[in-house]
Ligand binder design. Structure first.
Ligand SMILES: NC(=O)c1ccc[n+]([C@@H]2O[C@H](COP(=O)([O-])OP(=O)(O)OC[C@H]3O[C@@H](n4cnc5c(N)ncnc54)[C@H](O)[C@@H]3O)[C@@H](O)[C@H]2O)c1
Length: 255
């Protein structure tokens, strides 16, 4: 479905991003993986995607800074021959009750989750426009971009910003045929939420009550949605947020 396409996944050494990279490769795309982690810490993850058979390029990139992002795009396009699909997925969460959030904690969320997404998205869009590529840009947002989940105000605010960044880009880039959408995972038993489930008993207690479909989601479900947004069946979608939250957003909680 995606053969001949070149895809990038940021945060591709993490749980959701790596699954996205794997599924994009399985769909036939050549894949670049960006992560702040050194390649030596991501070898298993790279190997997993490599086994599918297509081309895989790993680049250690900190998306907070524009210069390494620009340089990495230039190298990616030189080595893989183009840029068709960008998954701006890298992100962090560091939980803290609102009254205890430090300015540094707040700023880290904005720098990585929002400004990093801007760097990745804008630098990609410039290259797509220049090359005449009707590309796809897919942001990883979250169901909590619209729900004030306790103790992650910096995270929810950054993801709300990602949603508007996505919509703004969708509007301005439609004229070039570039589609821009987001996926909004719910609580996935992996990555950021997986660690919170393991380390924060109060988080696990809340999660146990808020998923109408019962169980947390899986990285595979998220990755399949990304392949859909990257593929021919999503041709008419731009500016959309694809929500995969097991119904969490339907739940009204009282704390
Ligand atoms: N796990 C969930 O339940 C869940 C739910 C909703 C949304 N999300 C979103 O999914 C995305 C992926 O998160 P995950 O759960 O797989 O977590 P993860 O920690 O497994 O993956 C995130 C990856 O991003 C990388 N990263 C962090 N800062 C970076 C930087 N400055 N530059 C480049 N890479 C950087 C990390 O090294 C890590 O490999 C995030 O945007 C997160 O907000 C996750």
């Amino acid at each position: 479905m995606l053969s001949g396409k070149v895809a990038l996944v940021t945060g591709g050494a993490g749980d959701l991003g790596n699954e996205m990279a794997l599924h994009l490769a399985q769909a036939g795309a050549s894949v670049a993986i960006w992560d702040v982690k050194p390649e030596s810490d991501a070898l298993e993850r790279i190997r997993r995607v490599n086994l599918v058979g297509g081309r895989v390029l790993y680049q250690q990139v900190d998306i907070r800074d524009r210069r390494p992002v620009e340089a990495a795009y230039d190298q990616l396009i030189a080595e893989l021959g183009g840029l068709d699909i960008v998954c701006a997925n890298a992100g962090i969460v560091e939980a803290a009750p609102f009254l205890e959030i430090t300015p540094e904690n707040w700023q880290r969320h904005l720098d990585i989750n929002l400004t990093g997404s801007f760097h990745v998205g804008q630098a990609a869009a410039k290259r797509m426009v220049k090359a005449g590529t009707k590309g796809r840009i897919i942001f990883t947002s979250s169901w909590v971009a619209e729900i004030p989940w306790p103790e992650i105000a910096a995270y929810t605010a950054s993801k709300a910003g990602v949603n508007m960044l996505m919509k703004q880009m969708a509007r301005e880039l439609a004229v070039y045929g570039i589609r821009v959408n987001a996926i909004a995972p719910g609580i996935v038993k992996a990555g950021l939420a997986g660690r919170q489930l393991a380390d924060e008993p109060q988080y696990a207690a809340r999660v146990a009550k808020v998923i109408p479909l019962g169980d947390p989601g899986t990285p595979v479900e998220i990755a399949q949605a990304v392949v859909y947004l990257a593929g021919p069946h999503a041709e008419y979608m731009t500016g959309s947020i694809l929500l995969l939250d097991g119904g969490c957003s339907l739940f009204q909680f009282d704390s």
